[in-house]
Design a protein around this ligand. Structure first.
Ligand SMILES: NC(=O)c1ccc[n+]([C@@H]2O[C@H](COP(=O)([O-])OP(=O)(O)OC[C@H]3O[C@@H](n4cnc5c(N)ncnc54)[C@H](OP(=O)(O)O)[C@@H]3O)[C@@H](O)[C@H]2O)c1
Length: 238
């Protein structure tokens, strides 16, 4: 029996990934910062929920203690993420290098990057005891320096600073963790531009399409790739 924790799983890509992994037979914990939203989502899916705010060490430690005493963890999906203030406006004057502040960066990094570090640190001892430990870090196509510097691509046209910088950091964290823990499969994934609350449902894919690569990489065998960056079509350029 495979036990999986998905952070930020009460809606969007995390919720859809949970639905698919429950269907595949995993015991799935939804890590949600709001207890009631988590409880309702878990009940809907036949999953379990734990209160987990990726910006709060105490809630992460409490969630790790619960999952540990229930029997441990095999798969960690670091999915919780925010777009930050740049993601909430359509005013070009509020987006980009001339508008970004250190506070805007700090807020986005606190969830998207430091959140992954906090959660990974708390759950690595549990994953270490698994026979087939897997970590999926939900990154973005905007993390790719190649994409963002290739004129004519959607990534090139994106002006925001905080979100793509945070996801580029997620890719680096992924690579360094993968080297440090060679017995684990640790990869970064790009779901693709998906209609969720994160982008005011502007995304062009459904959550079913977006969750595809998350679910696939969550089910890697021990001989699968590690330290990579993938979307549904294959390997992405860094
Ligand atoms: N949608 C896209 O086009 C797209 C593309 C590439 C990558 N991604 C990435 O995919 C992941 C999921 O995003 P989504 O599109 O599914 O967005 P979403 O529908 O807005 O879901 C984000 C989830 O993260 C949770 N969350 C936010 N801050 C949290 C915190 N401090 N602690 C715990 N949970 C927290 C949210 O919980 P609340 O309900 O409590 O806010 C929600 O469950 C993110 O990492 C995002 O960057 C999305």
């Amino acid at each position: 029996m495979t036990t999986t924790l998905i952070t930020g799983a009460n809606k969007g890509l995390g919720f859809e990934s949970a639905r698919r992994l429950v269907e595949a037979g995993h015991t799935v914990y939804l890590g949600c910062r709001d207890a009631e939203r988590g409880r309702r989502a878990a009940e809907h899916l036949g999953a379990r929920s734990v209160v987990l705010d990726v910006t709060d060490d105490a809630s992460i430690a409490a969630a790790a203690a619960i999952i540990d005493s229930d029997g441990g963890l095999d798969v960690l999906i670091n999915n919780a993420g925010i777009a930050g203030r740049e993601g909430q406006t359509r005013d070009p004057a509020e987006i980009g290098a001339a508008a970004v502040t250190a506070d805007m960066m700090r807020e986005v990094f606190d969830t998207n990057v430091f959140g992954i570090v906090r959660v990974s640190r708390a759950f690595l001892p549990l994953l270490d005891r698994s026979a087939a430990p897997v970590v999926v870090n939900v990154s973005s196509g905007l993390a790719s320096l190649t994409n963002v510097t290739t004129p004519g691509t959607p990534a090139y046209a994106y002006l925001g600073v905080a979100y793509p910088a945070s996801k580029a950091a997620v890719n680096m964290v992924t690579v360094q963790y993968a080297k440090a823990f060679p017995a684990m499969r640790i990869n970064a994934v790009e779901p693709g531009y998906t209609a969720t609350d994160l982008n005011g449902h502007q995304g062009i894919q459904t959550v079913e399409q977006g969750a595809e690569i998350i679910v696939r990489m969550a089910q890697l065998n021990p001989d699968g790739p590690t330290g990579g960056y993938f979307d549904a079509a294959g390997t992405l350029p860094w």
